[in-house]
Design a protein around this ligand. Structure first.
Ligand SMILES: Cc1cc2nc3c(=O)[nH]c(=O)nc-3n(C[C@H](O)[C@H](O)[C@H](O)COP(=O)(O)OP(=O)(O)OC[C@H]3O[C@@H](n4cnc5c(N)ncnc54)[C@H](O)[C@@H]3O)c2cc1C
Length: 407
């Protein structure tokens, strides 16, 4: 597409957050939306995700957002004519401890009260539904039939393409080198291909989002944190319609993929990446991976997935989700700099959630308000509570470690 010199809204970063925001702005009828990315569209952390959804969450705001997001993803092909490979296979959550069970009963009641279907399964029911799974040791198994998985590389790319179908301009290979502002308001961006004037700029630059915001004096308290998964070679009896199975206490998730089992999880001591220390041309594909982390997590769930013992690994991948110190997203406007919005701290759930967060952010930009109210995600909650870099890294590592056990 041709370079632009002005726009109503410039969105920096075409991962899930940025691409969905562009799509929803275009759907609202904004014709002058520019979505740009320094690399190929949707090429960094988003395509490396597992592609799971979860309608069960700990807060009303999150349940409302994931409920909407899953339904948007499920209807995406019917709405846009573009497939993201959504399979509504349902998701099990397996609780091994009394504490985990009581928390899950509370979350299940919350989800149910907000219109999400959930039920507790017996061990037999669960094993019939997921023949590769053994329930031994499970205290409770919650099932949400409305959850599912999608093909991760397609989500950001198809949101971007659908935005272009509605008139948005896509500019891959265009890096923002500076954010222009004056008089307390955004003026536009400087890019590797020239300036673009705009009264609204959205920083959806993923692992780079704090670096960009720093340029305009805004500290985004998040830490890019490595998260990995593997996919085994095909395993006998595993079918694409088998459900997602999450084992809570070790914080491990699985789903079928290409005839094999995908497994990912949240270790105790994640690798955190200082983006300032990376070369200027760093891409997520350059991230060092460590299969040992996943082998350790897999060993913790061998009793539940016996076929994992000795299974051969077909694919191993990882990316750089952004963790906040309180485990909540950072999305919305920034006080004191009119027209500047942030969509960061995906907390390893941003690809599925982008479907509703992008819609809400688009409403916020276009109308000044949105439902549900995203104020709990505002960066303002950190005002006056600046953590020094070591304390920030520590808090973000704690928010990540064994994530399913966090309230
Ligand atoms: C192994 C793994 C499993 C995961 N599983 C799930 C899951 O099951 N479900 C789920 O919902 N989420 C999952 N996630 C998390 C999910 O991938 C992220 O939440 C989501 O992709 C984050 O999207 P993003 O838009 O913030 O970042 P990104 O996809 O990284 O996009 C940011 C973009 O900004 C661009 N950019 C940066 N700086 C600039 C600049 N100066 N100028 C222009 N462009 C710039 C980058 O090139 C990049 O394309 C998983 C992640 C990993 C790694």
């Amino acid at each position: 597409m041709r370079m632009r010199d002005h726009a109503q809204v410039v969105i920096i970063g075409s991962g899930g957050f940025g691409a969905s925001t562009a799509y929803h702005l275009a759907r609202r009828g904004l014709r002058d939306v520019v979505l740009l990315d320094r690399y190929e569209l949707g090429s960094q952390t988003s395509p490396r995700a597992a592609g799971l959804t979860s309608k069960v969450a700990a807060s009303e705001l999150m349940v409302r957002l994931v409920h909407e997001a899953v339904e948007t993803l499920a209807a995406f092909e019917a709405t846009t004519g573009r497939s993201i490979g959504f399979h509504r296979v349902g998701a099990m959550r397996v609780l091994l401890t009394a504490e985990g069970e009581s928390r899950m009963r509370r979350d299940a009641a919350l989800a149910q009260s907000l219109g999400v279907k959930v039920e507790f399964l017996s061990a037999d029911q669960a094993e019939r539904m997921a023949p590769h799974f053994r329930a031994a040791g499970a205290r409770a198994i919650l099932f949400c039939p409305e959850d599912g998985y999608f093909h991760p590389p397609l989500v950001a790319q198809e949101f971007a393409a659908a935005a272009a179908d509605l008139g948005a301009t896509l500019l891959p290979g265009t890096a923002v080198t500076a954010i222009r502002h004056g008089g307390g308001h955004i003026r536009g961006v400087q890019t590797s291909k020239g300036p673009i004037e705009s009264p609204v700029v959205v920083d959806a630059a993923g692992a780079w989002s704090a670096l960009l915001a720093d340029e305009v004096g805004i500290r985004v308290p998040m830490v890019p944190t490595r998260h990995q998964l593997f996919i085994t070679e095909p395993l006998a009896g595993l079918e694409p319609h088998h459900p997602i199975v999450r084992i809570h206490e070790p914080s491990v998730y699985t789903r079928p993929e290409q005839g094999g089992l995908m497994l990912g999880g949240y270790e105790d001591h994640p690798l955190q990446i200082d983006m300032r220390a990376q070369p200027a041309d760093f891409q997520v594909r350059d991230l060092p991976l460590d299969l040992g982390v996943l082998v350790g997590l897999a060993a913790e769930v061998f009793t539940h997935f016996p076929a994992l013992r000795g299974a051969r690994i077909r694919e191993h991948r990882g990316g750089l989700p952004t963790m906040s110190p309180d485990g909540e997203h950072i999305v919305g406007p920034v006080a004191g700099l009119g027209g500047f919005y942030i969509a960061s701290a995906c907390n390893v759930g941003g690809l599925s959630l982008s479907a509703s967060v992008g819609r809400a952010l688009a409403d916020l930009i276009a109308e000044g308000s949105c439902q549900p109210d995203l104020t709990p995600f505002s960066i303002e909650r950190f005002r006056g509570r600046d953590l020094d870099p070591a304390a920030l890294r520590d808090a973000c590592a704690r928010a990540y470690a064994r994530k399913y056990t966090k309230a």
